[in-house]
Structure formats: C-alpha cells, structure tokens
Design a protein around this ligand. Structure first.
Ligand SMILES: *[C@@H]1O[C@H](CO)[C@@H](O)[C@H](O)[C@H]1NC(C)=O
Ligand SMILES: *[C@@H]1O[C@H](CO)[C@@H](O)[C@H](O)[C@H]1NC(C)=O
Ligand SMILES: *[C@@H]1O[C@H](CO)[C@@H](O)[C@H](O)[C@H]1NC(C)=O
Ligand SMILES: *[C@@H]1O[C@H](CO)[C@@H](O)[C@H](O)[C@H]1NC(C)=O
Ligand SMILES: *[C@@H]1O[C@H](CO)[C@@H](O)[C@H](O)[C@H]1NC(C)=O
Ligand SMILES: *[C@@H]1O[C@H](CO)[C@@H](O)[C@H](O)[C@H]1NC(C)=O
Length: 484
C-alpha cells in the first residue's frame, strides 16, 4: 500500500540513527474502538480502552524504556514526573478515557514509586497496585484552549466551507453513482430510529459506515432494540463503505480552494508547534506531550501537511487508536540539550494499535523525513493558526471567548439585527452583557500586564523562555502558554 517514496523513507529512518538523541515527543491520538457515534452517549468499549492502553505501552517502550535507542534524554522511566509530561483532551468522556488509557500504558502502576512511609513508620502505596495519576487538562468547548484540539467545532466558516462540498459536481456525481449501493443496506439499518430509506445516500457516507462498522465489530444482541443493526455485512461491502466515507470526510476537511475546511488541521499545527516549542524553550524540561482528538482533525492535518504526497494512504480515515508523533531530536549522542541549530523534527504515524509500527513520513511534500527546527517552524507556521484571535476571526465564531476580539462598536452591530422590538430588546440586552464581559476581560488583561511588568526581574524564567504563568488571561490567546 505504501508508495515507493514512503518505503524508501521508512527503510532509512526506522529506529534511531546511530548516535541520535531524542529530546522530546508530541503525540496526537485518536480514540480506540467505540460504540456508534450515531447514538448519544457513545463511548469507548473495553476493546477500545485496551487499544489505547496498548499504544501508550508501546510509546513507553520506544521513548521511556532505558534500553531503547530512542529514549528521550533525561526522561523519568517509571515514575510519572508532572513537569515532564503534558496531557490534554477535549472535555468529552470518550477522549478523556482515551487519554487516561494511553497514560495508563505510558506510566503503569508501580507500588515502589508511590510508596510513602509515614512518621509513625506505616507505609502506604497508591490504590490499584500503585496506580499513577497523570494530570490531564480537560478543555470544555467554552474554553479558548479547546480550539487546539478541535478547531472545527463551533466554527461557522468551517461548517460553510465544509458543506460547500455537497454543492460540488463531484459530490452530485458520487451521490448518483452510489445510490443503488447504499439502498442495499436498508434491511440492515431499518431499526435505526431516525433513518428512512431516503437517508441512505453518499451524503451520510460516514454515518452509514460508522453504524455498519461498529455493528460488524460489536455484539448486536447486547444493544437496545432500536440500536440493533445486523452485523451480517460482507468484507468487500464494508471496505467500499469505508472508501466512500474516506472520500467524503477528506473532502469535507481539506480543500485546496477552501482553506477553511482545514481549520482543524491548522489549529492542531499551532498546538504541535507550541508543544514542541515548549520543549525547546525549557531546554528539554517538558519531554512528552499527549493531545487527543478526532479523525477529522487527522485528515485535515494530512491534507494541510501534504502527507498525501508521501502516501495516498493518507486520504483514508485513520484506524482506531491511531497516533501521529512529532519527535524533536539532535543527530548527535548528547547528554545536555543542544544548541537550536542542532535540533530537528521528524513526523511519524502509526495506523491503529496492532498492525503497524510507528513509521516516519516526509511532511510538506518533501523527500526528507527530518527537518531542521527552523525550517519546520517556518513550514508549520505557514499552515498553522497560532492565536485564538486568528481563529475567532477566521471562523467568524460567536463563542463567548471570541467576544473580546470584536469590540461592540466595530464588528458587533446591534442595529443590523433589530428586526423587531422583542428581538432588538434581546440583542441590546446581549450586547450590554457582552460589552461588560469584554470590558472585564480588558481590565483583567491590564491587571495581568501590570503584574507581568512587576515580575520582569524574574531572571530565571526569562532565561528559560517560559511563558508568564501569572498573566493567564493575557496568555490564553497564545499557544505558547502551557494551556494548549
Ligand atoms: C552515547 O554516549 C554514551 C556515553 O556518553 C554511550 O554510553 C552510548 O553507548 C553512546 N550511544 C551511541 C549510540 O553511540
Ligand atoms: C500511622 O498513621 C496513620 C495516619 O494517621 C494511621 O492510619 C495508621 O494506623 C498509623 N499506624 C500505626 C502503626 O499506628
Ligand atoms: C433522514 O431524512 C429526514 C428527511 O427525509 C431527515 O429529517 C432526518 O434528519 C434524516 N436522518 C438522518 C440520520 O440523516
Ligand atoms: C452477545 O450478547 C448476548 C447478551 O449479552 C450474549 O448472551 C451472547 O452470548 C453474546 N454473543 C456472543 C457471540 O458472545
Ligand atoms: C490506515 O488504515 C486504513 C484502514 O483501516 C486505511 O484506509 C488508511 O489508508 C490507512 N492510512 C495510512 C496513512 O496508512
Ligand atoms: C517559542 O516560545 C518563545 C517564548 O514564549 C517565543 O518567543 C517564540 O516565538 C516561540 N516560537 C514558536 C515557534 O512558537
């Protein structure tokens, strides 16, 4: 399946080149096996938890194990050290569970590292054989930091750009050509309460694939009656449903002439830059970052980073528990963090939990799999969204946290909305509230700036290039902060 180019790349970069030192890694992961997204309350299955756990364990083997040639410089092998590890997920059960399972594999329970002896001589370990509680930053959709993980959510300009695909001749043609194929699945899907035969078209390519794929994996008789879907589907049919879903979802999340379709990939690029940069500015103090998100963000990034030029496989949906990793490394065998000129970045992808190894692929349509830090920053920078302000403006978002960027007198124009007395009353009321919120935010930022000035003699932090932790409200608009 892999193109010759990719094969060549893989054979030359699999495993660390002799003498090379890994300085840090940023990983973006998809959830493992889950119940169908079609039904509310969908969640990771036990199989899915095992998959994410397995992947976390494998990352442990590559980047933490003291015998691994790819061990991260100075990383704590067994004991979780909070300053070394950063983990963040959207505030959604399935992605928080995914992150937890991965981290359970990365830093498994160990009684000796959690053992505590009290003054009276009694010894304790954490429950569950020394379980290690890794801190996960959970980002609700109301937080500006949610955009780094799910930049396509609550983004009207994305929704517009994405659904414009449905008006394309390509879409019409595929819808017509596949109508008889989709119609064949009515028997299998007739129990889905909100489906009728007219719903069986290419317009629902992902939903139909997801319903039938989950049904083919899970035990139909354990599902409620209105969820019961026949799992009697042939492998070629399922493969065709997947390929059709691949094409629909790739087009919805990346388009050369529709840059807003790739907003999710652009914010992820910003997040990856910020995470790797944190390793750089702290001279390797932060070593491992884990972010969790969805398949659409993967596809969006694949398009944006021109991975499809390295292998056409990147047009396809990533398998459950897929991960992409960005290694920051130096070509020499070092014991201290090297000069910036000697730092490079490499992209790797693992398609799921069992079938494949983590493989290196060239980014940006190039042939080399490693780029010097400065070139990587420049290439990612061209594609990335790196501030909340940029996202709010590009998305034309009405999220609360965006209001601070649209001062009432300029962008927000209540007169334009005053179609009736009642509505204008609501609008003016809302405008007043928003104005107060924006004013508070500005006052907060002014306070933060003042506090920051007061701390400017903090030589150590400046030396480390660390973000101003105190100036939280000022920094939430920057992915350079710790709160990506
Ligand atoms: C790197 O250097 C250390 C000593 O500083 C040595 O023990 C190790 O074998 C070297 N590794 C490689 C791959 O050369
Ligand atoms: C030691 O102190 C802890 C906490 O106060 C207590 O639960 C435990 O029973 C004590 N052990 C002994 C041997 O007294
Ligand atoms: C199915 O089609 C009906 C209209 O015919 C629509 O109201 C409904 O939302 C569709 N259901 C799904 C799951 O797309
Ligand atoms: C499927 O689930 C039902 C109900 O939980 C159980 O009785 C049955 O044995 C399961 N089937 C298989 C093949 O495991
Ligand atoms: C990952 O696997 C899926 C099949 O599960 C395939 O369609 C897709 O092309 C693969 N992606 C890559 C990059 O290998
Ligand atoms: C890295 O962080 C430093 C300090 O916050 C900042 O000055 C610099 O612009 C950042 N670089 C990138 C590529 O984000």
């Amino acid at each position: 399946m892999f193109s010759n180019l990719a094969l060549l790349a893989v054979s030359t970069t699999i495993g660390a080149a002799l003498g090379e030192t890994i300085l840090g890694v940023t990983v973006f992961t998809r959830h493992g096996d889950r119940t169908s997204k079609h039904f509310p309350g969908y969640s990771l299955t036990s199989l899915g938890a095992q998959q994410n756990f397995q992947v976390g364990q494998d990352y442990r083997g590559i980047y933490l194990d003291s015998d691994s040639p790819k061990r991260i410089l100075g990383v704590s092998e067994d004991k979780y050290v909070s300053s070394q590890v950063y983990a963040s997920a959207p505030d959604q059960k399935i992605l928080l569970d995914t992150t937890t399972a991965f981290l359970q594999g990365l830093y498994p329970p160990l009684e000796e590292v959690t053992r505590l002896t009290l003054a009276n001589g009694s010894a304790y370990t954490n429950p569950l054989n020394g379980y290690q509680y890794v801190h996960i930053r959970s980002e609700p959709s109301t937080s500006p930091n949610s955009i780094w993980l799910k930049g396509d959510d609550s983004c009207p300009a994305y929704t517009r750009a994405s659904s414009s695909f449905k008006a394309s001749p390509e879409f019409q043609q595929r819808t017509e050509a596949t109508a008889p194929f989709y119609a064949r699945f009515w028997d299998a899907l007739r129990n889905v309460h909100d489906y009728n035969p007219a719903n069986l078209t290419y317009a629902n390519a992902y939903d139909i694939y997801d319903l039938l794929n989950t049904a083919s994996i899970q035990n139909a008789s354990s599902a409620p009656a209105n969820h019961a879907i026949s799992h009697d589907i042939s492998a070629p049919d399922l493969a065709r449903l997947r390929t059709l879903a691949d094409s629909a979802e790739f087009a919805a999340n990346y388009g050369r002439d529709e840059p807003m379709r790739a907003i999710g990939g652009a914010t992820l690029a910003g997040a990856v830059l910020a995470r790797l940069n944190e390793t750089v500015v702290t001279h390797g103090r932060r070593k491992f970052s884990l972010l969790a998100g969805s398949y659409d963000t993967f596809l969006s990034f694949f398009g944006l980073a021109e991975l499809t030029a390295a292998s056409t496989d990147f047009y396809g949906l990533p398998a459950y528990a897929s991960t992409m990793a960005f290694e920051i490394f130096t070509e020499n065998n070092v014991t201290v963090f090297p000069a910036l000129e000697d730092v490079s970045v490499r992209f790797l992808f693992r398609n799921g939990s069992d079938v494949e190894e983590l493989r290196a692929f060239p980014l940006f349509g190039r042939s080399e799999t490693a780029l010097p830090w400065s070139e990587f920053v420049a290439e990612m920078g061209k594609r990335a969204v790196t501030s909340v302000k940029e996202w709010c403006e590009a998305c034309e978002s009405t999220e609360g946290f965006c209001m601070v960027y649209s001062v009432p007198t300029t962008k927000w124009n209540p007169a334009a909305y005053a179609v009736s007395g009642v509505i204008s009353g609501i609008v003016v009321g809302t405008a007043v509230v928003l104005f107060i919120l924006a004013y508070r935010k500005l006052a907060e930022r002014a306070r933060a700036r003042k506090a920051r000035r007061a701390r400017q003699d903090d030589v150590h932090r400046a030396e480390m290039g660390m973000p101003d932790k105190g100036a939280v409200s000022e920094r939430t608009d920057s992915v350079g902060s710790e709160s990506v």
